[in-house]
Design a protein around this ligand. Structure first.
Ligand code: BGC
Length: 766
C-alpha cells in the first residue's frame, strides 16, 4: 500500500485553464439544471445508464489510488476513457479539479468522479479520536465535529469520506478500537447517526457536505485476540443484536455508502459475503446507496483461500454485492469476461452501477463538479477550533480523584511540575488516521497550562522520556528533582499515536516503555501526582493506579487537546466524559464488556478468591464455583459508563410510570439527580435495562438511553426517559426482531455499575 499517504500534488494551473473550468462549470450547471428540473433521480440514473457501454459501466465500479505527486498519464488516460469511477487520496484541489475536468470534459459521457479520503476525525482541524468522541456521549458535538471535517475536506475537492467507522469492539488490544465508537451498540448507533448527519448535512448536494461511508461491514472489531485483520466468528444472533446495529442506524440516518470489511466472518470473508450485503443490507434494510470494497480486499479473497484467482474473487465479490472495488483494478481486468461467459448477468451490473450513479447525482456532482475553496468556510476557523476544543473537553474521563486532588488550585500552589513524553507532543496528541491533520494547529497541554496559569505559578517542564516507548531512564533523576521542588506533579503519559490504528494492535496494553517506573519514582517524592493519559485505546493501568492520586484519561484529544486538558486540570471546567469501553484490570480478562450474559454460574463478591488467598489445606472448598479469574476476579478496573466529576452527583428515587405496560406502550422512567458539590458541572445520565428472561439469553444490562445535563451546585432535577416496548426488542432464536412479554429491571445512574434499580412488566394484552 505504498503512496496512500503521500503529500499532495501541487499542480500549476494556468489562468486560462481556470477560466475554462469556470466557464465549463457554468455550462455544465445550466445543462444539468435543465435536466434536473424535468427528471427524477431514478430517471436520471437510468437515462445515463442507458447510454453507457459495458466498459464504461465497469469503469464506474473502479476506484483508483491517485495519491501520486504528479498526475500521471496513465491516470489521465484512464479517466478520459471512462475507466475510473472514483479516485482516492488526492487532496490538492487543483489536481482534483484537473482530474474532474478530464472526467467531465474528456470522457465520452462526462461522469464526474467521486473523490474519497479517510477523513476520520477531522481534516486540518483534528477532533478527538472517534473513541474519545464516543466518551462525550454527546451526539450534538459529534455531529458538529463531522460537519466541520466535511467543510474542511470539501475545500480540497473531497466529496466522500471513509467514515464513520462503527465496528463494535470489545477488545482494547485491537489498534482500530481508536477509530471506533466503543463497545456498546446503543451508544455507537446514536453517534454513528450523528456522524452521518454531520458529514452529509441536510442535503448532500449542498456545498461543504460530503458522502459518508459506514465501515467496516461487518464484524471486523471482533478480530481474534485483537490482532488486526484476524478471523472473526460471530454467531448470527450476536451479529444482529450487537455488531450490525450501528450499521442499521447509519443506514436509517441516510448514509449513502458502506465499506466491506477485510475480515473473514464465519468462514466467508466480508468482501464475498452475500448474506451481509445482499440479504441483510439490501433485502432487509432496503439500502439504495453503494458498497465499496476495502483496499484491495477483492483480490484478497484468494489470499483468504475463498477463491483460486482474481477472476473468481471478482465473481464472488460482485455476486455478494460489492459495487465498487477500491484500489485493486481486478473488476477492470475480469468483469467483462465474467459477463461475456454469462456467469454474471449484465442486469446485476446495471443495478450496481445505478447504485454508484445515484450517489453522484445526490451529491450534485453533475451540477458542481469543481471545487472553489473560496466558497467554503476557512480552514481552522474560530468555529472549527471551538468545536474541537469542546469535543476534547467533553471527551476527557476522570477515572479517579483521591482526596479531591483535582482540580489543582492556581491560588493555593506556588509551582507545578509537568513531566512526561506526551505533555508537548503536537503530532502525538492528534492520534491515528490524520493524513491531513495540521500539527501546526495543535496546542499542547504544556503550552496551554503555561498560558492558563503561567503568570500565577512556577511551571517546570521535563519530557523525561523521548517517547512513550523509551526504555532509557537517564532523565528520571532530573524528573524526581523537579517534582521535589514543586507543589504538585502532572505526568503526561500514555501511547504515542503510532501505537494504535490500523495494523497497530498490541498484546500488552499497559503503559509502554519505562513509564510505570517513572510513575514509581515520582511517587516516592510524596508530592500530589496527577496522571493525564493520552492513548488510542483503554489501557491496563493496574500497575500505576495506586501510585497516582488522580487520573484524567484524555484519549488522543486532537488539535485543541491542550486547552481542554488545562481547563480541566485547573477547574475552569469539570470533567464530564464517560467511558465508551471497559477498562480491564489485566489483558487476560479481554473480551470484557458490561453487556455480557449472566452465565449459569454468575460470580459475586463472596464467591471470588484471589490466587494468593487459596487455602492450601482445603483448596476446593475455599471458594465458589463461579465465572471469575483466580488472579483478576470478574470486575473491570473501570466500567463502561464510568467517569467522575468535580461536582458530587447523587442519584435517587428511581420511578417508573407504571409497573405494568402492554406491548406497544411507552413507559417513563425517571430518577432524581442532585448536585451535592460546590461546582456546576455536566453529567451523563444513563438508562440501563435487563430483560430477565428471553428465548435467547439477554445481557445483564443494556444501555437504552442517555442524557447530558448541566446542574448548578445544590440543585436537584428529575431526569426522565421514555422507553417504548420496541426499544426492548431483540433478535430471538428465529432471527426475528421482537419484544417479549415478561419482567424487566431498569436502572438509572452515572455508570453501568449503577445499583439504583426498579422494575416493570411487559404484558401481551392480546
Ligand atoms: C482501511 C480502510 C480505509 C482504506 C483507505 C484500508 O486499509 O481498512 O478503513 O478507508 O484503507 O485508506
Amino acid at each position: 500500500m505504498t503512496g496512500r499517504n503521500g503529500p499532495a500534488l501541487s499542480a500549476v494551473i494556468t489562468l486560462a485553464v481556470v477560466f475554462g473550468l469556470l466557464l465549463n462549470t457554468a455550462m455544465n450547471e445550466s445543462k444539468a439544471n435543465q435536466a434536473h428540473a424535468t427528471k427524477t433521480l431514478e430517471q436520471r440514473v437510468s437515462a445515463l445508464l442507458g447510454e453507457m457501454t459495458l466498459a464504461e459501466k465497469i469503469g464506474q465500479m473502479n476506484q483508483v489510488n491517485a495519491s501520486d505527486h504528479e498526475i500521471n498519464d496513465h491516470l489521465r488516460e484512464a479517466i478520459g476513457a471512462g475507466r475510473v469511477g472514483s479516485i482516492l487520496n488526492q487532496v490538492d484541489v487543483d489536481a482534483v479539479n484537473e482530474l474532474q475536468r478530464i472526467a467531465v470534459q474528456e470522457s465520452r459521457l462526462g461522469i464526474p468522479l467521486l473523490v474519497g479520503r479517510d477523513v476520520i476525525h477531522g481534516f486540518k482541524t483534528v477532533m478527538p479520536i472517534p473513541l474519545g468522541q464516543a466518551a462525550t456521549w454527546n451526539a450534538d458535538i459529534v455531529r458538529e465535529g463531522a460537519r466541520v471535517a466535511a467543510r474542511e475536506a470539501a475545500t480540497a475537492g473531497i466529496n466522500w469520506t471513509f467514515a464513520p467507522m462503527i465496528d463494535i469492539s470489545r477488545d482494547a488490544r485491537w489498534g482500530r478500537i481508536a477509530e471506533s465508537l466503543g463497545e456498546d451498540p446503543y451508544l455507537a448507533s446514536a453517534l454513528a447517526a450523528a456522524m452521518v448527519e454531520g458529514f452529509q448535512g441536510e442535503d448532500l448536494a449542498d456545498r461543504g457536505t460530503i458522502a459518508a461511508c459506514a465501515k467496516h461491514f461487518a464484524g471486523y472489531g471482533a478480530a481474534e485476540s485483537g490482532r488486526d485483520y484476524a478471523t472473526t466468528n460471530i454467531p448470527e444472533n450476536e451479529l444482529r443484536n450487537v455488531y450490525l446495529r450501528p450499521f442499521r442506524a447509519a443506514v436509517d440516518a441516510g448514509v449513502v455508502t458502506l465499506m466491506a470489511a477485510f475480515s473473514d466472518l464465519n468462514g466467508v470473508p466480508a468482501t464475498g459475503n452475500e448474506f451481509l450485503m445482499r440479504q441483510v443490507l439490501r433485502d432487509e434494510w432496503g439500502f439504495d446507496g453503494f458498497v465499496v470494497s476495502d483496499w484491495d480486499s477483492v483480490r484478497q479473497l484468494a489470499i483468504h483461500g475463498l477463491t483460486e484467482n482474481d477472476k473468481e474473487s471478482v465473481y464472488q465479490a460482485v455476486m455478494a454485492g460489492v459495487d465498487m472495488e477500491m484500489a485493486g483494478e481486478s473488476y477492470l481486468d475480469q468483469l467483462e469476461d465474467l459477463i461475456g461467459e454469462g456467469r454474471i448477468d449484465v442486469a446485476m451490473i446495471d443495478a450496481m452501477v445505478a447504485n454508484i450513479l445515484r450517489v453522484k447525482f445526490q451529491l450534485g456532482l453533475f451540477e458542481h463538479p469543481y471545487t472553489n475553496p473560496a466558497e467554503l468556510p476557512a480552514i481552522a476557523n474560530e468555529h472549527a477550533l471551538q468545536t474541537a476544543r469542546q469535543a476534547a473537553l467533553e471527551s476527557v474521563v476522570l477515572l479517579k480523584n483521591d482526596r479531591g486532588v483535582l482540580p489543582l488550585s492556581a491560588e493555593k500552589l506556588n509551582s507545578v511540575a509537568i513531566i512526561g513524553p506526551l505533555a508537548d507532543a503536537p503530532y502525538e496528541q492528534l492520534g491515528t488516521w490524520i493524513f491531513d491533520g495540521d500539527t501546526e494547529l495543535s496546542i499542547t497541554p504544556m503550552h496551554a497550562i503555561h498560558s492558563l496559569v503561567g503568570h500565577e505559578l512556577d511551571v517546570r517542564y521535563l519530557r523525561a522520556m523521548e517517547n512513550s516507548r523509551s526504555r532509557a531512564s537517564v532523565s528520571f533523576d532530573e524528573a524526581v528533582e523537579i517534582a521535589r521542588e514543586s507543589d504538585a506533579v502532572i505526568l503526561f503519559l500514555g501511547e504515542e499515536s503510532i501505537l494504535s490504528g490500523e495494523a497497530h494492535s498490541r498484546a500488552d496494553i499497559s503503559l509502554p516503555g519505562d513509564q510505570a517506573e517513572l510513575v514509581r519514582r515520582i511517587r516516592e517524592t510524596g508530592k500530589p501526582v496527577v496522571a493525564v493519559i493520552l492513548a488510542g485505546r483503554p489501557l491496563t493501568l493496574t500497575n500505576i493506579v495506586n501510585h497516582v492520586d488522580a487520573i484524567l484519561f484524555a484519549w488522543h484529544p486532537g488539535t485543541m487537546g491542550g486547552p481542554a486538558i488545562a481547563d480541566l486540570l485547573f477547574g475552569v471546567e469539570s470533567p464530564s466524559g464517560k467511558l465508551p469501553a471497559t477498562f480491564p484490570r489485566m489483558v487476560g480478562q479481554i473480551p470484557i464488556y458490561y453487556n455480557q450474559k449472566n452465565t449459569g454460574k454468575p460470580p459475586s463478591p463472596d464467591t471470588v478468591v484471589h490466587i494468593d488467598d487459596i487455602d492450601a489445606h482445603a483448596p476446593q472448598l475455599s471458594f465458589g464455583m463461579t465465572a471469575f479469574h483466580l488472579d483478576a476476579g470478574y470486575t473491570p478496573l473501570y466500567a463502561f459508563g464510568h467517569g467522575l466529576s468535580y461536582a458530587d452527583f447523587e442519584y435517587r428515587n428511581i420511578e417508573v410510570s407504571a409497573s405494568e405496560i402492554g406491548l406497544g406502550d411507552t413507559l417513563i422512567v425517571s430518577a432524581e439527580l442532585m448536585n451535592k458539590g460546590d461546582v456546576a458541572a455536566e453529567e451523563v445520565v444513563q438508562l440501563y435495562v435487563r430483560d430477565l428472561v428471553g428465548n435467547v439469553t439477554r445481557p445483564v444490562k443494556e444501555l437504552k438511553g442517555f442524557k447530558r445535563v448541566r446542574l448548578e451546585p445544590g440543585r436537584t432535577i428529575t431526569v426522565d426517559f421514555q422507553l417504548h416496548t420496541d426499544d426492548l426488542a431483540f433478535f430471538g432464536r428465529n432471527m426475528q426482531r421482537m419484544t417479549e412479554a415478561g419482567q424487566f429491571h431498569v436502572w438509572i445512574g452515572g455508570s453501568s455499575e449503577t445499583e439504583l434499580r426498579t422494575e416493570f412488566r411487559v404484558v401481551d394484552k392480546d
